[in-house]
Design a protein around this ligand. Structure first.
Ligand code: NAD
Length: 475
């Protein structure tokens, strides 16, 4: 077992590095400090950038199959340590162990699958006059900035395509959940050449310094829309490439031919999995008036069966909110919902107990312009809305500044498809929720983001397009 208070170090230039100044990490189920991590200064960030820059020429010159082989070894080493990593993940993130294993195994799977992708050269023209070919070249040093809700998996979405395409990387996890990422940095030390993958911990300032650094060529950021805008602003000074995966306020639209009993379980978890701290969680549920009452009753009945508690208890299904800041935000939203007179049909009462626990809270048909409908709660409070006119619902769904995902539920697949096509988001699931894959492009419309992760388009985001045109007539 690790000595949690002193074991965590950063990885810079293939070596373990710590600082005098340390940041506490809190277990959200107990509110106890479980570890301290280094708080990187700007000078240490400069060291990491220098190391990543120095590693770039030889790493990018390697055959892609060799880089893929190292990524596959990295995946295997993570898998070999899955027990330790998953337990550590639950301690810092709060998610129940089963979900923690999903995160670590997901990291293994994404690394393995993404490293199979290839960007082939494309011949654009091959005529008597010209031979025109397009290549993809790496960008240089990539800064990967990650939030606290899926800290390991989301970092792999960045590390794998960035390294595969020949870039070197500096990962900065959220100050709320740095532990598992720092351990994964230790694991990487024996696999990659020095400087190829650096993992550094620190506060929000460290994120800002990465985005401002003149020698970082790209920032791949996942986090809130407000921080995403700051990232884009600072990236402008050196025209850094950016990929931004930001917030969402996804809707589920339930059509009248649905049998509530058959779908409530799936829709419950669409809303409340990971204590609703998922960018693509269902955050508004529109249910047709013909089935509304039955649906709401069934949803509440299911909610009553779900166990909330400390994630390290194997019977727990929903853990605490990950941090105090988010906990207070969600409580404020619940208070506002009650204050405006909306009917809370389940949950809503916060117990005085250690840990950032919030009960599953279901709100019966609040006004469409109330905060609980319009804002991204990022916590277990779900508005269920009654509708009769599908066109009005689509209008309401699209009135959001966000455009990340959403889902449509119904037996008539043609109708569901036609609705999905009218929803202004990057992904729409029909009779499904949250299915993501290394091979399916994912990204937000509107203020939910910029660019794509996963799929070949995701890989392209870590490259420059380069064209060489040859005049075949010898001069
Ligand atoms: P956040 O924006 O507060 O922080 C994200 C990361 O950015 C952290 O590592 C943080 O330290 C860093 N950071 C903070 N200020 C910065 C700055 N000025 N410059 C650079 N980096 C800075 O987000 P969060 O609270 O950690 O995460 C929750 C949000 O993330 C939600 O809005 C959620 O919807 C979104 N999210 C989106 C996706 C997606 O794929 N679209 C996935 C997961 C989470």
């Amino acid at each position: 077992m690790l000595n949690l208070k002193s074991e965590f170090q950063m990885t810079i230039n293939g070596e373990s590095v710590t600082t005098e100044d340390l940041l506490p990490v809190i277990n959200p189920a107990t509110e106890e400090v479980i570890a301290y991590v280094p708080n990187a200064s700007e000078a240490l960030l400069n060291d990491a950038v220098k190391a990543a820059r120095a590693a770039f020429p030889s790493w990018s010159a390697m055959e892609i199959d060799e880089r893929a082989e190292l990524l596959t070894r990295f995946a295997g080493a993570i898998y070999a340590n899955r027990e330790e990593l998953a337990n550590l993940f639950t301690l810092e993130m709060g998610r129940p162990l089963k979900g923690a294993f999903e995160e670590i195994d997901g990291a293994y799977y994404w690394l393995t699958e993404l490293s199979k992708q290839r960007l082939n050269r494309e011949v654009i023209e091959d005529t008597e006059e010209h031979f025109v070919e397009r290549y993809y070249t790496p960008l240089g040093v990539v800064g990967a900035i990650v939030p606290w809700n899926f800290p390991v998996l989301l970092s792999m979405w960045k590390i794998a395509p960035a390294l595969l395409s020949g870039n070197t990387v500096i990962v900065k996890p959220s100050p709320y959940t740095p532990l598992t990422s720092l351990r994964i940095g230790d694991i990487a030390q024996s696999i990659f050449p020095k400087g190829v993958l650096n993992v550094i911990s620190g506060g929000d300032d460290l994120g800002r310094w990465i985005t401002e650094h003149p020698d970082v060529n790209k920032v791949s950021f996942t986090g809130s829309t407000s921080t995403g805008k700051k990232v884009m602003q600072s990236a402008a000074s050196s025209l850094k490439r950016v990929t931004l995966e930001l917030g969402g306020n996804d809707a589920a639209i339930v059509l009248p031919d649905v049998e509530p009993k058959k779908v409530v379980k799936q829709l419950f978890w669409a809303a409340f999995k990971n204590t609703s701290q998922i960018c693509i969680a269902t955050k508004r549920m529109y249910v047709h008036k013909d089935i509304y009452d039955e649906f709401l009753t069934e949803l509440v009945n299911y909610a009553k069966t779900v166990k909330i508690g400390d994630g390290s208890d194997p019977t727990t299904e929903i853990g605490p909110i990950q941090n105090k800041m988010q906990y207070e935000k969600v409580i404020n939203l619940i208070e506002d919902t009650k204050h405006i007179g909306a009917k809370v049909v389940h949950g809503g009462v916060i117990k005085e107990e250690p840990g950032y626990f919030i009960p599953v809270t279901i709100v019966d048909n609040p006004p469409v312009d109330s905060r609980v409908v319009v804002e991204e709660a990022f916590g277990p409070v779900l508005p269920v809305l009654k509708y009769s006119d599908i066109n009005k619902v689509i209008e309401q769904v699209n009135s959001s500044e966000y455009g990340l995902g959403g889902s449509v539920w119904g037996k008539d697949l043609e109708l569901a498809q036609s609705i999905a096509e009218r929803i202004e988001t990057g992904t729409v699931w029909i009779n499904e929720f949250g299915v993501l894959s290394p091979h399916i492009p994912f990204g937000g419309h509107k203020q939910s983001g910029l660019g794509i992760e996963n799929g070949i388009d995701g890989l392209k985001e870590y490259t420059n397009s380069k064209t060489i045109l040859v005049n075949k007539k010898i001069i």
